[in-house]
Design a binder for this molecule. Structure first.
Ligand code: 5GP
Ligand code: MG
Ligand code: MG
Length: 179
């Protein structure tokens, strides 16, 4: 098995870049159909979504706008539940079609926090596109979660934008913790 070390933990290969990109192609085809002639605003949630956002939007061929917000709730391998917001929503969302782009939905607390702020501005529609979803650890219902790359078990993963204590975001594949 392809193993790597990130800081003090060992990780094994979980999703290879080639498979990630195949899945992204399918999601983008769906987005191109669903949002034809609607000029949606994609809002990436930093830091984790930067690589997914980039690969996804290279395949999105409709007219669209792109923005980012920055939030964080994780320390080490545990969600703290307390959402720290470093910079918030950049522009007027009223009457816009919004697509929030996340790296991973775990408990759902981060998204709940973001969605409340987005809905407060009365956009025309709001959907969430997340590369990964951990269905077993989801604590909130997220009806906006329309586009999901992969459903994964409740294990800590790193790579392709996702970090372990700030490291590993640059890995092109996704790894899961093995000890
Ligand atoms: P939630 O608020 O849904 O519990 O967590 C969402 C955020 O926690 C994600 O955007 C991500 O930054 C972080 N997170 C959740 N699970 C993992 C994981 O397995 N690995 C990494 N690196 N980050 C995670
Ligand atoms: Mg995230
Ligand atoms: Mg993190």
């Amino acid at each position: 098995m392809h193993k790597i070390q990130v800081a003090d933990r060992a990780f094994g290969i979980f999703l290879e870049n080639e498979n990630i990109n195949k899945r992204i192609s399918l999601i983008s085809i769906q987005l191109n159909v669903d949002y034809e002639d609607r000029c949606p605003l994609f809002i990436g949630v930093l830091n984790g979504s930067f690589m997914f956002m980039s690969d996804l939007l290279k395949e999105v061929s409709i007219s669209c706008e792109v923005a980012f917000i920055k939030v964080s709730s994780y320390e080490g391998t545990e969600s703290t539940g307390a959402i720290k917001e470093t910079f918030g929503l950049p522009q007027d969302l009223h009457n816009r079609d919004i697509i929030i782009v996340e790296d991973i939905v775990d408990t759902g607390f981060t998204l709940e926090h973001i969605l409340a702020q987005v809905h407060a501005q009365k956009p025309a529609s709001v959907k969430v596109c997340s590369l990964l979803l951990k269905p077993e650890s989801l604590k909130k219902e997220i009806p906006e979660l329309e586009y999901v790359g992969f459903e994964i078990p409740n294990e800590f993963v790193v790579g392709y934008g996702l970090d372990y204590n700030g490291l590993g975001r640059n890995l092109k594949d996704i790894y899961r913790v093995i000890d």
